[in-house]
Design a protein around this ligand. Sequence first.
Ligand code: CO
Length: 292
Amino acid sequence: MRNWFGMLIIPFILLFSTNGIASSGHSERMPKKIGILLVAFGSSEASAQVSFDNIDRKVKEAYPDIPIRWAYTSNIIREKLAKQSKILDSPEVALARMQDEKFTHVAVQSLHTIAGSEYHDLRRSVGAFKMMGGFQKVILGYPLMATQEDMQRTVDAILTTIPKERKADEAVVLMGHGTHHPSNAFYAALMFQLQLKDPNIFVGTVEGYPEIDLIKELLLKKKIKKAYLLPFMSVAGDHAKNDMAGDEEDSWLSILTNAGINCVSVLKGTAEFVEFVDIWVDHVGGPLSHFK
Ligand code: CO
């Protein structure tokens, strides 16, 4: 897998360096130092920074005494940013640095939407640090949608943040990322639960199921004339700008417009809304509750 170097070698080195003493029987001597590591997929789009700043501010408000660090899981995004002299750590490097900074308890918070591949890669990295004993405790928090309660809260967040001017006979089409990972089923499950409350809200994905062609068929069957397109991703980045709202023939905007549906794109990521951010912020409380 990718990142094996970061996952295994770095903690391995640190374990045998002076900073690895937490694992060598001297842990009692290390003063307790709690930290939060926020982990996002990342984005190289400047527009995405609004979402990250918003999350950062909300987490600081909720846990004012706890230092926060950031990491991006995407190698491609980190490489792109590095070319602009913006250095973002991978989760493995960020955790190694936190070990170096003598953190003893770390809450790693996933800012992903579902527990897909990225989340499970992160889980493995956190597990590796746990196994090496680099921290007294290192615990990973849930993504946006993990439990049934999260699903309910997400449904409520969507219902309260869709454009106010949208009328009941107009559709709302959310663009989820989608994945080959089994947790892709969350998107269709979300659509089911949304439609119990509002039958004209649809959830499609860019890279998984349901695909836009199916959503288009459903809209046509219901004789929908107008649709609001919204990203169901934390940031309004590349997918929202291009795959959803772009001019290309295969963008959702083009596909639905060509099918005779009048489309309005809303370029706002979920993390720009407090209703969604609150769910992630509350999830940080899970790991933190074990640090008392
Ligand atoms: Co993508």
